[in-house]
Design a protein around this ligand. Structure first.
Ligand SMILES: Cc1cc2nc3c(=O)[nH]c(=O)nc-3n(C[C@H](O)[C@H](O)[C@H](O)COP(=O)(O)O)c2cc1C
Length: 161
């Protein structure tokens, strides 16, 4: 089985850092107070439980100056065909009305898994632009391909530096 690197450098964070290098942006890690275990099965259990409870996991720190930003790219892995519940915690922590939101995600086969629509529905006051799904394995193992996918996508959004 392929070893997935968890902890503070999950595939979606690899993608986030690459996006940050390609566009004029600040970078923020959506971290939770309760840490998710490295053990895949244990993590699956916690993620499932949080989904069934429609939980809003507590976030470790806020973005202090959210009002300074007009465009927010929100990245997450697909867990059980959905975005992690912590993403709801994040988007519900701020008044994002009037902002442009762009999702991106990692996955291992589910693509966006309907999360573009979920985010559009959750943020009716925002302009939600077309997001990008990248396989986590690609983000971890194929830097050239990842850069290519990101460059094309960000050029289409007119965000490239
Ligand atoms: C709890 C859990 C559930 C997952 N469910 C899915 C899924 O439904 N569809 C999919 O394509 N990938 C799924 N994955 C794979 C992740 O989306 C992918 O490996 C991602 O790049 C890394 O996730 P991580 O940041 O949690 O390590 C799941 C991973 C975890 C840990």
């Amino acid at each position: 089985m392929r070893k997935i690197q968890y902890g503070t450098n999950p595939p979606v964070w690899i993608v986030a850092k690459k996006i940050h290098a390609l566009i004029d942006s600040d970078l923020f890690y959506i971290d939770t107070v309760r840490k998710y275990p490295d053990n895949h099965m244990k993590k699956v259990e916690i993620a499932k439980q949080e989904y069934h409870e429609n939980a809003r996991p507590e976030l470790a720190k806020p973005v202090e100056n959210m009002s300074d930003y007009d465009v927010i790219l929100i990245g997450y892995p697909i867990w059980h065909g959905r975005m992690p519940q912590a993403i709801y915690s994040f988007i519900e922590s701020y008044d994002l009305a009037g902002k442009t939101v762009i999702p991106f995600n990692t996955h291992e086969g589910s693509g966006q898994s309907g999360t573009q629509q979920v985010i559009e529905n959750a943020l009716p006051g925002c302009a939600v632009l077309q997001g990008l799904a990248i396989q986590g394995k690609t983000a971890q193992e194929n830097e050239t391909r990842t850069r290519e996918l990101l460059t094309d996508w960000l050029a289409g959004l007119k965000l490239l530096k």
